[in-house]
Each structure stands twice: as C-alpha cells, then as structure tokens.
Write a protein that binds this ligand. Structure first.
Ligand code: RFL
Ligand code: PHB
Length: 389
C-alpha cells in the first residue's frame, strides 16, 4: 500500500488531519487499533475553542455542531458560596462551543466516509521504519495479514499510549511531566444541566465541575483520591458529594438521575520535545497531555492539526518545506501556553493532600483577584476561549 501521509491513530487528531489533507487532494491512510464503535464510545472532552470550531467548519464537518452545539458566553468559578462569572464575550470578544468529542469524532467519520477515506480499524503491531530517510514506511497487521504502508510522511496521532512517540530515540526525546495526586470521577446522566453555564467549583471537600452535552444530558466531575475505584461510588454517593461542593443555590435545584457512564481519569501534565523527528510528526495526546481543568486537550490536538496540515500542504502541493521544518517549534509554543493555563486552573481550584495554610491563602487570593480585576478575568477568558493560532 502507498500513500502521501500515513496517519497512526483514528481519534479526533488523526481523523481531522486526514479530512483536511484529503480535501486538499493529498492521500492518507489512517491506521486505528480499535474498532469504530469503541472509538465512538469514549466519553471525553466537551468544550471547543472558537479556533477549533472554525477549523472544523473549514474541514466541512461543522453543520451538525452549528445546529446542535451550545454556544457559551461565560462560565462560573465558585469558592464555597462566592461565585465569580467570567464573561467571555465582554472580556475578550470570544465564546466557546459545548459539543462533545464523541460527536466531533462521529461527524469526522461521516465526512471521511463521504470522501472515500482509507481508515483501517483493528490494526496491530504498528511499527515505524526509516523515519529519518526520504522513504519511510509503516508495517502492521490487519485482518491477519502483515502489511507495509509506504509514505512520504508519518503523522503520529495515536494518543498518550501509542507507538509513535517512543519511535523517537530516547536520547533525542526530552519529556516533561507533572502527575497530580488526585483524579476526576465523572458521570454522564440523562438529566437537564445544573446551570446554563459550566461551574468550576473550588471547595474544601475537593473540586467539582458541572458541565453538559445538551439540554438533557449532563456531565459532572468530582475530584477523588487516586486510590478510589469507580465501584466505591454509588450514584447516590456521587450526587451527595457533588451537591456538597457546588454552590448551595445550584445544588438545591440539581436534578439527579441514573448514571449512563461513570469513570475515573488521572490528571497529568506532560510534554514531549521535539514533536518532529525526521519524517515523523506528533499531534495531540501523542505529544502532550493536560489536566482537563482548562478544557484544552482536544483543542490542542486541533491546533497541532492546523499547523501540521498547513505545513504538509505547503510541502506536498507547492514543494515549500519551510513550515514543515518549523512545525514542532510552532506547535510547542502554543502547547506550553496551554500547559501553563491548565496547571494554573488545576492548582487554583483543587485540594492538594499536602496543602499548607500558605497554599490555601495563595489559592484564595487567586480567586479574589479574578473577582476584583477585569484584567485578570480577561487573561483567563483569552486562554479559556483559545489563544490565536
Ligand atoms: P486520542 O483521542 O487518544 O486518539 C488516539 C487514537 O490512537 C489509537 N491508537 C493506536 N492506533 C494504532 N496503533 C497504535 N499503536 C495505537 N495506539 C493508540 C487509539 O485507539 C485512539 O483512537 O488522541 P487525540 O486524537 O490526540 O485526541 C486528544 C483528545 O482525545 C484528548 O486530548 C482529550 O480527550 C483529553 N481529555 C479531555 N480533554 C478535555 O479537553 N476535556 C475533557 O473532559 C477530557 N476528558 C480526556 C478526558 C482524555 C482521557 N484519556 C485520554 C484517558 C478523559 C479521558 C479518560
Ligand atoms: C466536559 O464537559 O467533559 C468538560 C468540560 C470542561 C472541562 C473539562 C471537561 O474543563
């Protein structure tokens, strides 16, 4: 098999890259380890930056998002019963779109099918070869057959546990990591959202987030110790703990229901440098992970794809390799901004096991600054809605 760009991983990064390249007349093959149903059953991100929304529109996958997504003009931060509203439109003239990653992925599959995309599911034993040469290739097993995919470039879009990042030699790679001493227990429930905007709650019992997917589908999270298991948490215990952490007036009217999904995600900040090695280019979670507090994971995958698709088009359509040579540096500059933002939101809003009285005062003054200063709210809004590409 032969293609211009071999894409490892059929999550949002891989599918969006394939879509943008194919629309420009560049051929791709996507190799995905899981089945399509499995990829579509993963409940993950929910907030799209305005740049992500624009990119999805440019990719021709914006119609359902425009019809069914919910534009949000602000969000709330609460600390005990004090509530601070961040007005995105007033602060920075932007907004975000609440539309689930599952739906984005479904729309990408539909659009890729319409373009006749080559997406192979259930592939195993993926190995990258001759990445430093002009003729790289990927070997893999599909439906019991050992196969070879020859290509000009390889995009590593295979998430944090994929094979692409480890294909960069260990002596070249530099990894930066911070693991947080807690996780998020999340549930999805077929109930109306607690509030029309997202609420990020700092509480002495721990952080909580009230989010949503649509007018009758709510997504809630609570901070839990890493030792907790999903089985430890009945639905009733989850609702009680969530209500204890949200502002009282919101908790009073919160509608409880059966959980459709319940899972625990650990929180981590991680960056791999460089993001390119020879003809291999990393995109999305394959190169970096953020704690979800800033809603940046999926959006960073989209901005990587923006830079990489533009650079590959310049190279493959005009023979201009300047942007491709700069891909890693350009993407990493934005990645580190999002790292800092996600870390600062996480440290401001969570309870840490070894937190001192000093740390608590620093947290409190962070929230007080947001309450008092329009400039501080503007900075938060700019990062939350997404820095320009
Ligand atoms: P993905 O979505 O992980 O997709 C990578 C794809 O690569 C496949 N793969 C392989 N394919 C072939 N060969 C191999 N050897 C392979 N190894 C892996 C995988 O099956 C998968 O389909 O990465 P991508 O495309 O970079 O997209 C990134 C986003 O998915 C991610 O940043 C966000 O979902 C992060 N994230 C969240 N972000 C938010 O902004 N808000 C959230 O609420 C939020 N919740 C989450 C999350 C990530 C989670 N993970 C990764 C555990 C909750 C969870 C549980
Ligand atoms: C979500 O709806 O899953 C969500 C929203 C905002 C975040 C994290 C997760 O910061």
């Amino acid at each position: 098999m032969k293609t211009d760009v071999a894409i490892i991983g059929g999550g949002p990064a891989g599918l969006l890259l394939s879509q943008l390249l194919m629309k420009a007349g560049i051929s791709t093959v996507v190799l995905e380890r899981q089945s399509r149903d499995y990829v579509l059953s993963r409940i993950r991100a929910g907030v799209l930056e305005s740049g992500t929304v624009q990119l999805l529109q440019e990719a021709g996958v914006g119609a359902r998002m425009q019809a069914e997504g919910i534009p949000h003009h602000g969000c709330l931060l609460s600390s005990d019963d004090q509530i601070i509203r961040i007005d995105f439109v007033e602060s920075c003239g932007k907004q975000v779109m609440v539309y689930g990653q599952t739906e984005v992925t479904r729309d990408l599959y539909t659009a890729q099918d319409a373009l006749g995309a080559r997406i192979l599911h259930g592939v195993a034993d993926v190995v990258l070869h001759d990445v430093q040469s002009d003729a790289p290739f990927v070997s893999f097993t599909h439906e019991g057959q050992h196969q070879r995919l020859e290509c000009q470039f390889i995009a590593g879009c295979d998430g944090f546990h994929g094979v692409s990042r480890p294909s960069i030699p260990a002596e070249v790679r530099r990894e930066f990591e911070k693991v947080y001493p807690f996780g998020w227990l999340g549930i999805l429930s077929q109930t109306p959202p607690a509030h029309e905007e997202l609420i990020y709650a700092n509480h002495q019992r721990g952080f909580a987030l009230a989010s949503m997917r649509n007018r009758n589908l709510s997504r809630y999270y609570i901070q839990v110790p890493l030792t907790d298991k999903v089985e430890d948490w009945s639905d009733a215990a989850f609702w009680d703990e969530l209500c204890a952490r949200l502002p009282a007036e919101v908790a009073k009217t919160l509608v409880r229901g059966a959980s459709i999904e319940k899972s625990i995600a650990p929180l981590r900040s991680f960056v791999c440098e460089p993001m390119q090695w020879g003809r291999l280019f990393l995109c999305g979670d394959a190169a970096h992970i953020v704690p979800p507090t800033g809603a940046k994971g999926l959006n960073l995958a989209a901005s990587d794809v923006f830079y990489l698709s533009r650079a590959l088009k310049a190279q493959l359509l005009q023979g201009d390799g300047a942007a491709l040579a700069q891909y890693g540096a350009e993407a990493l500059a934005r990645v580190w901004q999002a790292m800092r933002f996600s870390w600062s939101m996480t440290t401001m809003l969570h309870q840490f096991p070894d937190q001192s009285a000093f740390d608590l005062r620093i947290q409190r003054v962070g929230l007080e600054t947001l309450a008092a200063s329009a400039e501080a709210r503007k900075l938060l809004a700019e990062s939350y809605c997404g820095l320009p590409y």
